[in-house]
Design a protein around this ligand. Structure first.
Ligand code: HEM
Length: 118
């Protein structure tokens, strides 16, 4: 259900933590993402949850990458999407269907790892 903390890419930048990919109460995995959204995430690396944007695009309450950091905060870090992005659509479908078939795990009561099961 995610939650592995990979630490910061460089000091004083957001910690990179894997996400809770289990289905939510809608039955769709990755906390309710459609297959089209999943394909978009894997093909482009976009972080649709915007958890660690570059500072200019962030609100003060979000951790963010500073303007001098060489990271695109709109993209998933650590996650090996550049390897997965060339998967055939039917392989992505198989992964999506697997993630859809596992039970919802609520995770912590609050925070980004929380998933709404009911
Ligand atoms: C088939 C295998 C994998 C799938 C289907 C997968 C899928 C995903 C998806 C869909 C997200 C974005 C979640 C969201 O938008 O809510 C994500 C994020 C992430 N994944 Fe993966 N992942 C896989 C393998 C891995 C591996 C092998 C690693 C690390 C070694 C990894 C590390 C991460 C991390 C750290 C994030 C969050 C990145 C960030 O916050 O910038 N994933 N993964």
């Amino acid at each position: 259900m995610g939650g592995r903390n990979f630490g910061s890419l460089v000091p004083l930048t957001p910690e990179i933590v894997s996400r809770n990919l289990t289905p939510d109460k809608t039955g769709r995995p990755i906390g309710g993402r459609s297959f089209a959204e999943f394909v978009q995430i894997i093909r482009t690396g976009v972080d649709l949850d915007h958890l660690h944007p570059n500072c200019a695009a962030s609100t003060a309450s979000h951790p963010c990458f500073g303007p001098t950091q060489p990271f695109n905060g709109d993209l998933l870090q650590v996650m090996p999407w550049p390897i997965f992005q060339s998967f055939e659509e039917h392989d992505l479908k198989a992964i999506y269907e697997y993630l859809k078939a596992i039970p919802c795990i609520a995770g912590p009561e609050t925070g980004v790892l929380h998933n709404d099961c009911t």
